[in-house]
Design a protein around this ligand. Structure first.
Ligand SMILES: NC(=O)c1ccc[n+]([C@@H]2O[C@H](COP(=O)([O-])OP(=O)(O)OC[C@H]3O[C@@H](n4cnc5c(N)ncnc54)[C@H](O)[C@@H]3O)[C@@H](O)[C@H]2O)c1
Length: 361
């Protein structure tokens, strides 16, 4: 069996994927790249890599014999690194979101469409265990036609926005990321459940005040809530906040159909959230037993993966894409369709919650 040679750039979050691919019988990590030599050294030790596999120059890293690049750097670098990697004939698994600008999304899409290699967005929440089970309910027609869906992602990450010790001190890259830009953990699973024949065409959004952290903008906007209208007339609502005190953080989904509903619970966890199914014929909701199908975690590689086992299954989907040309949900086209709505929603909020069209493919 061919072992895919994978390189990872950005070794903090990228470290999770490095472990997953390194412990996978289908792949190995042969190069890592990061601006920080300290982060490189830590990852190299953990993965058992020689110094010669560690790079601070992205160009030198790209010149090694890797088949694929995991782009796990801060979002403002995704465009440049994904485009360069595709142009160099490498497959790309890019962390979310696709890019931080509309132009960046277009440029990556263009590069992916011109490349012989594949691009996949690593939207891991699609691979959460309960989302997979919901998909089966929906495909079996149990909730009828989805007409509305919503998601909330409230995660107080002030310590990743700025130096919380001094407040006015150092800021980090996420300082410049409006909450609603980071929308794919919400829109990804919802659009996956709805299906790829539909897509978001219009948005309006609210949220342009920062009262919790008054001196930084736009990441510290208290919250942003966006409405999205799809081509098929569905409505989606997303709530995002990066500063509202809510510990532990919360990610919830709620899908309404003509025959029933699917709802996740509000307790922490990834694969074992209290997901429930409501059918129009029943008075009571039916708990979906996520533990019943809990994935076999006996394999070390699954233990090493994060976000439940979703990082592992996302990585497997990427290997299936490059090996068997089995397209995942988050191809370059879907990456564009999932990222662009958040970029435009922020504009809609800033311009006074007006409706704006989403650029189409
Ligand atoms: N899918 C998820 O659940 C999830 C979770 C966390 C982060 N992320 C994504 O992962 C990416 C990285 O996030 P993070 O939390 O690791 O950020 P971070 O700031 O903690 O770490 C970024 C790493 O990249 C390195 N780096 C920065 N610029 C670089 C460059 N130009 N070239 C090479 N290395 C560079 C830094 O030295 C650091 O090691 C982002 O795209 C983020 O959105 C996704």
């Amino acid at each position: 069996m061919k072992k895919w040679k994978i390189g990872v750039v950005g070794i903090r979050r990228g470290g999770a994927y490095a472990k997953v691919f390194h412990n996978n019988e289908r792949s190995e990590i042969t190069a890592i790249c990061d601006l920080s030599e300290q982060n490189l050294a830590g990852a190299a030790e953990e993965l058992g890599l020689a110094d010669s596999a560690c790079f601070t120059s992205f160009e030198d890293f790209l010149n090694t014999e890797i088949d694929a690049v995991v782009v796990a750097t801060p979002i403002p670098f995704h465009e440049e690194q994904a485009v360069k990697a595709l142009n160099a004939g490498k497959h790309v698994l890019s962390e979310v979101t696709m890019a931080n600008t509309a132009e960046g999304c277009y440029n990556i899409l263009k590069a992916a469409q011109n490349a012989k290699t594949r691009y996949m967005l690593a939207e891991n929440y699609i691979y959460l265990d309960f989302i997979g089970q919901w998909k089966k309910y929906i495909d079996a027609g149990k909730i009828g036609r989805i007409h509305y869906a919503e998601a909330e992602y409230v995660h107080d990450i002030r310590d990743r926005l700025y130096d919380t010790g001094t407040r006015k001190g150092e800021t980090y890259w996420r300082t410049y990321r409006p909450p609603i830009h980071y929308c794919t953990h919400c829109l990804g699973p919802l659009m996956y459940l709805i299906g790829k024949d539909d897509c978001i065409v219009r948005t309006t959004a609210w949220g342009n005040q920062n009262t919790i952290v008054p001196d930084l903008w736009p990441s510290t906007i208290d919250m942003q809530v966006a409405l999205f209208e799809t081509k098929e007339g569905r409505i989606l609502k997303i709530l995002r906040s990066q500063v509202t005190p809510r510990s532990p953080h919360i990610v919830t989904y709620n899908v309404l159909g003509t025959e029933g509903c699917l709802e996740s619970g509000r307790e922490p966890g990834y694969d074992t959230v209290g997901a429930r199914f409501f059918a129009s014929s029943d008075k009571a909701s039916v708990p979906i037993n996520c533990n019943g199908t809990k994935l076999d975690t006996s394999l070390a590689v699954k233990k090493a993966s994060g976000h439940g086992t979703s990082d592992y299954y996302g990585a497997q989907a990427f290997l299936d894409y490059i090996e068997f040309d089995k397209a995942p949900f988050t191809t370059a086209e879907q990456a564009f369709r999932l990222t662009m709505p958040g970029i435009i929603a922020h504009e809609a909020a800033v311009e006074g919650h007006i409706w704006k069209d989403i650029p189409q493919l």
